[in-house]
Design a binder for this molecule. Structure first.
Ligand code: NAP
Length: 314
């Protein structure tokens, strides 16, 4: 089968589109015929060798932690799935990923794929959808009537976060540059602040319950979100190269979020999609053979929104 792999860490040039043996599922695993994976920025960090501590991968390594596809073979001890089932999942980050025609997955991390969007497009959901969900509800404990500030709402996580927060009955304040304004507004943001012209600290005068940072701001800009949060509220940060600020005196918690795979939460997100309550946005679809070029563009900061990667044009 075809796969993209890197045999050593390095810049996007280390990625090779090559022939690889088709993997065989072990106990508890299934093999999935990949409809698509997606690009996540952590893929570039793993390839660059910057994540060897938290995410130790064996070389050669196939990237691609999101998968949407069809179960094609089952290992022993797998119940509740059969060949032909369409599934989505957030794959273990230290195993081989779905930038390939086939990938192995532990059966327990998979959820049924949404029926209302093309199977390949569903690869745009798992990692970023779970990140948004866990940020708002596991960590932010957001409830109806509360106010949430989503900084960096113009990206892939932000699209889901705005929709989920709005669905939950929160008042959503989002920051987005002009290129993302329409997407963030149509996702349901009540107020949109253009971060290229306006500081959130200047315009958010009523405290928020949850501040969610998704933006690659500097530590001072992240710290500036803290006074906007009411006593007892929370700052949740996904850009974990800098710690989330907290304020013990006012009881404002700071949370560094590390997304985790969760099949039940993923199934809930899929149900929202199929009820028409959660939109899946795909910015671009590229062929697997073009993944090295996609990594190169991402390294230049020239990728915006969710890009899915499909094994073949068919
Ligand atoms: N820790 C974890 O487990 C975890 C999981 C998933 C993602 N992440 C991280 O979370 C972040 C968000 O992920 P993503 O997939 O949504 O990334 P993304 O698609 O790159 O979105 C980030 C968005 O931030 C906006 N932005 C850039 N500079 C900004 C600024 N100064 N102020 C406000 N907004 C700004 C940009 O939109 P506009 O310029 O159009 O406004 C950009 O699209 C990334 O850093 C990602 O690596 C972490």
């Amino acid at each position: 089968m075809k796969a993209v792999r890197f045999h050593e860490y390095g810049d996007p040039g280390v990625l090779r589109y090559e022939d690889v043996e088709q993997p065989v599922p072990a106990v508890g695993e299934v093999r999935i015929r990949v409809a698509a994976t997606s690009f996540n920025s952590v893929d570039g960090n793993i390839r660059g060798g910057f994540m060897q501590g938290p995410i130790p991968v064996a070389l050669p390594h196939t990237p691609g932690i999101d998968v949407a596809g069809t179960v094609d073979a089952l290992g022993e001890g797998v119940n509740g799935l059969k060949a032909g089932d369409d599934v989505v999942g957030f794959l273990p980050m230290d195993g081989n990923g779905a930038a390939a025609e086939y990938v192995l997955a532990p059966a327990g991390i998979l959820a049924p794929a949404p029926k209302s969007v093309p199977l390949a497009d569903a690869a745009a959901l798992p990692v970023v959808g779970l990140t948004a969900y866990q940020a708002l509800f596991d960590h932010g404990r957001l409830t109806a009537g509360q106010r949430v500030l989503i900084n960096g709402a113009g990206g892939a996580v932000g699209g889901y976060a705005v929709q989920l927060a709005k669905n939950a009955g929160a008042h959503v304040i989002a920051t987005a540059s002009p290129r993302s304004r329409e997407a963030v507004t149509s996702a349901g943001a009540d107020d949109v602040i253009d971060h290229t012209t306006t500081s959130v600290t200047a315009v958010v005068t009523e405290p928020v319950d949850v501040a969610l940072n998704l933006a690659p701001v500097d530590p001072a800009e992240l710290a500036a979100l803290l006074p906007l949060v009411r006593p007892g509220g929370v700052v949740v940060n996904t850009t974990v190269w800098m710690p989330a600020p907290s304020d013990e005196e006012r009881g404002v918690r700071g949370i560094d979020l590390f997304v985790r795979s969760d099949a039940d939460q993923l199934a809930q997100l899929v149900a929202l999609i199929d009820r028409g309550e959660l939109r899946v946005d795909v910015a671009e679809r590229v062929l697997l053979a073009e993944l090295p070029a996609l990594h190169a563009r991402a390294a230049q900061g020239a990728v915006h929104g969710k890009v899915i990667v499909v094994p073949s044009a068919g």
